[in-house]
Design a protein around this ligand. Structure first.
Ligand SMILES: N[C@@H](CCC(=O)N[C@@H](CS)C(=O)NCC(=O)O)C(=O)O
Length: 218
């Protein structure tokens, strides 16, 4: 049993996707980051960087972890799913794209949300800088997804789960997915997975699942 500390944001949803896909039993503990609950001492004890997501594994001496990439790797090892360890090429390709997400997509798209969605007009320089970088990353992803079905190879993996919730904010980023046809194809294939619908609502929230072909998603 996993205690899952999260909020309905891209980093939280990565882990929600993995928990729902693997079927690992978990209990959700919502940490409302808008109310600064991430600074509560009980949460800081397991997540010293005061950010969600974090987990505590009740089946492993209450082992705690923060950082979504580390949590995805931990859950892949625990479940034996969504990270191919026998094919070393697929393993390293998956790692490579997971690290690409952690070092590039997460931090850069996060800045796009900050400047383009929440603080539009404050800094034209920052809006352009981060949006251009996001577009560049979408281009890299589009090329990769033109070569393989999923980001790490031919199978759905933790690397896809790390990226998908960030792409699900294409509307906040003012990105037209029709300009990135392979990303759109990949996004829509994952969108219909039953685990995705469940994970999107962890913790419970009113946000609709963005569909690039539905005008109400913009
Ligand atoms: N690198 C971290 C980033 C986590 C992160 O930025 N979480 C955001 C929500 S998506 C958060 O908790 N923000 C609260 C704060 O900034 O105080 C990870 O991947 O887990």
């Amino acid at each position: 049993m996993i205690d899952f500390y999260t909020w309905f944001t891209p980093n939280g949803r990565k882990v929600a996707l993995m928990l729902e896909e693997t079927g690992i039993e978990y209990t959700t503990f919502p940490i409302n980051i808008n109310n600064k609950e991430q600074f509560q001492p009980h949460f800081l004890a397991i997540s010293p960087n005061n950010r969600i997501p974090a987990i505590v594994d009740r089946d492993n001496n209450d082992y705690s972890l923060f950082e979504s990439g580390a949590i995805l790797l931990y859950l892949a090892e625990k479940s034996g799913q969504f990270l191919n360890t026998s094919d070393r090429n697929v393993y390293w390709r998956t790692m490579e794209w997971l690290m690409w997400q952690m070092g590039g997509v997460g931090p850069m798209f996060g800045q796009v949300h900050h400047f383009t969605k929440y603080n539009k007009g404050i800094s034209e320089y920052a809006e352009n800088r981060y949006q251009n970088e996001a577009k560049r990353l979408y281009g890299v992803m589009n090329k990769r997804l033109g070569e393989s079905q999923f980001i790490g190879g031919e199978d759905y993996s933790i690397a896809d789960m790390s990226i998908w919730p960030w792409v699900a904010r294409f509307n906040w980023q003012e990105i037209d997915l029709n300009e990135f046809d392979n990303v759109k194809r990949w996004y829509k294939e994952i969108l219909v997975r039953p685990a995705v619908k469940r994970a999107w609502n962890v913790p419970e929230n009113e946000q609709p699942l963005p569909d690039p072909d539905d005008s109400s998603s913009y």
